[in-house]
Write a protein of this length. Structure first.
Length: 438
């Protein structure tokens, strides 16, 4: 089969790495891509968000399957356009992708389906939100209603912080049109977990879980980022919890989406908090997570092509999706200054065990290196790999325990370098953070 992957990040490199191991795949292209995907597929220099160009490329290469990584092209209707062109695409339709594109829509779906979540209010006017918050003493979470690259969330312990967060969204427009409306939610407490399931609009696969780290500094300090690391599976994840989340959250949501006329086909990602009162949904996303994909793709024991096609064709009830249990820990290396201003073009050393390249030797046994913000730069001395973004690499270690996987990951991290590189030193430390990572 000919596969086209859409996207340029670590998630897409991890997807390419796993798809390359499928016996059903003969050729791969990546719309966007990075230095890592270049070792597995043909990168094509078009924006993943340019829907017409992606459709044209899929036609030109006679793609048998398009795998969409990021949320933006899904929200813009890429899957719908590919379907009109007769090309199978893994990912939800534009109408189903609203479950991530609009937090207020997602909350309404959950309310109608009886899915547990925090109490919430939606505001379209800044003055109304400020009036509510000045009279509301309890801690709240302020969310930009639209897409904000995983950064449009503010934890506000008091009214002053909440009012400033609303002002940032609605007046200062730090998240652009995503902050035209805001959602004010009850501040929940407990461990957080990201849960992923394949869906064909009616049936669901066995779910898999990971934990991620959003804040830039050790100890869950500093501003939110797109993700600084992750691990899977969590020690608290077991069949009882998986069944409860499927019964109370995943299945009712998919059933309600079908009732609304926008059946959900693709990967459904639920961000869940395990409170004293049981699992509660923080948010839904319409795609694989990043950096969670980098630690769950190595766990996928069944063929990803089978699972993706079954999701598209409605055959998940006849397709087994199996996940391994060997612990994986992923540490993200970022450019200095991220998530603020940062420089690019810094040469990366220590990549002679680029695990994206089939047959390449590994410097650290049981480690993988997934590229995100990287590019190939050529000069008189040959080709070098340089930084090209904020999040640069995800280094993944695997082991018999989380502690062992963590040690492997950090040994590999220490062999890699680029100017002003930064990473958290506590990824996979189960005692870190207010989330109560058990």
């Amino acid at each position: 089969m000919k596969i086209l992957i859409v996207g340029s990040g670590g998630r897409e490199h991890a997807l390419a790495w796993r798809l390359a191991r499928s016996l059903r795949v003969s050729q791969m292209w990546v719309a966007g891509g990075n230095s890592g995907t270049a070792g597995l597929a043909t990168n094509v220099a078009i924006s993943p968000e340019n829907v017409p160009e992606v459709v044209t490329l899929a036609r030109e290469i006679s793609a048998d399957l398009v795998v969409v990584g990021p949320e933006q092209p899904l929200v813009e209707g890429l899957v719908d356009c590919l379907a009109e062109a007769g090309i199978p695409a893994f990912g939800p339709s534009r109408s189903a992708a609203r479950i991530e594109a609009s937090k207020s829509f997602a909350r309404q779906v959950m309310r109608d389906a009886g899915v547990p979540g925090p109490e919430y209010r939606v505001f379209h006017e800044q003055s109304a939100a400020v009036d509510f918050l000045t009279k509301h003493a309890s801690p709240v979470v302020i969310k930009a209603d639209g897409l904000a690259a995983g950064k449009g969330v503010a934890l506000c312990p008091g009214p002053e912080e909440a009012v400033l967060a609303v002002k940032g969204c609605m007046e200062d427009r730090i998240f652009g049109s995503a902050g035209d409306s805001v959602v004010v939610e009850e501040w929940l407490h407990g461990p957080e977990v990201s849960v992923f399931t394949f869906s064909d609009g009616e049936n669901l696969s066995a779910p898999v879980a990971a934990c991620d780290y959003k804040q830039v500094d050790d100890g869950d300090q500093g501003p939110n980022t797109g993700g600084m690391g992750s691990f899977a599976p969590p020690p608290f994840w077991d069949q009882v919890l998986a069944d409860e989340i499927t019964r109370t959250i995943l299945r009712p949501t998919v059933e309600r989406m079908a009732e609304l006329g926008c059946p959900y086909r693709g990967i459904l990602y639920a961000g869940i908090m395990l409170t004293d009162d049981g699992p509660r949904v923080l948010e839904f996303n319409c795609r694989f997570g990043d950096p969670e994909t980098q630690v769950i793709m190595p766990l996928l024991e069944s063929d990803p092509v089978d699972a993706m096609l079954a999701s598209i064709e409605g055959n998940l009830s006849h397709t087994e999706v199996r996940w391994g249990q060997k612990p994986h820990v992923g540490v993200v290396l970022v450019s200095g200054g991220y998530p603020g201003a940062y420089e690019t073009g810094k040469e990366i050393s220590g990549l002679d065990s680029d695990c994206g390249r089939v047959g390449g030797r590994e410097l650290e046994t049981n480690s993988l290196v997934f590229h995100a913000g990287t590019a190939n730069a050529s000069d008189g001395d040959g080709t070098r790999v340089v930084t090209s973004g904020g999040r640069v690499l995800t280094v993944v270690g695997r082991g018999d325990t989380i502690e062992g996987a963590r040690a492997t990951a950090y040994r590999r991290v220490e062999a890699i370098g680029f100017e002003n590189a930064k990473y958290r030193s506590d990824i996979g430390d189960l005692a870190v953070g207010s989330r109560g990572r058990i």
